[in-house]
Design a protein around this ligand. Structure first.
Ligand SMILES: C[S@@+](CC[C@H](N)C(=O)[O-])C[C@H]1O[C@@H](n2cnc3c(N)ncnc32)[C@H](O)[C@@H]1O
Length: 168
């Protein structure tokens, strides 16, 4: 994590700062639909070893499937601190780590499913992160991702294509 490039360091600083008000800022959107949508998304997640990328403040934790093992990572220690405070809301065996999605530190094929919600638009090299996620998936290949913004730049367009190949 010490050798992060400048863009990734900037992203981390932004989310460390935002972690203090992130939940309040998004409260209305959550109430108006994101919660239902999160529940629906997680109902499609199967497997015993699941990776959640960019867990943020832990808004998905209440929807984690019971009895599964979930490793959740995030770049920002500030966001992770909030997620740790919510750990009891997860029905899974949850482990949280500070890690860069562009350099996942797991052996290949470690996970049955990889989930990321509203993450890849903030990752400087989303294609690298998606390819790392794909490498982390075991043969069942189940990648679930959602984006909050349209693929407006060249890198997010390529990421969108990579995401479609991963999610099938
Ligand atoms: C918009 S928030 C979404 C948080 C959460 N997934 C949700 O649905 O509320 C994006 C999250 O991605 C994390 N993130 C951004 N770049 C990352 C990277 N390279 N590796 C891991 N996490 C990253 C941020 O720190 C932040 O917590």
């Amino acid at each position: 994590m010490d050798s992060l490039d400048k863009a990734t360091q900037l992203t981390r600083r932004r989310y460390d700062r935002a972690s203090r008000f992130y939940d309040r800022m998004e409260g209305l959107l959550e109430k108006r639909g994101f919660r239902d949508w999160r529940e629906q998304l997680w109902s499609m997640v199967h497997g015993s070893r699941i990776l959640e990328v960019g867990v943020g403040t832990g808004k998905n934790l209440p929807y984690h499937p019971a009895g599964t093992g979930i490793i959740a990572i995030d770049l920002s220690s500030g966001m992770l601190r909030r997620a740790r405070g919510r750990a009891a809301q997860s029905a899974a065996r949850l482990e949280l780590f500070e890690m860069d999605a562009q350099h996942l530190e797991f052996p290949d094929a470690s996970f049955d499913a990889v989930v990321a919600t509203f993450v890849f638009c903030s990752v400087p090299d989303p294609v690298k992160a998606l390819l790392d996620c794909e490498t982390g998936l075991a043969t069942r290949r189940r990648g679930l991702s959602a984006r909050a913004c349209p693929p407006f730049s060249a890198s997010t367009k390529t990421a969108h294509e990579a995401r479609q190949s991963l999610c099938g």
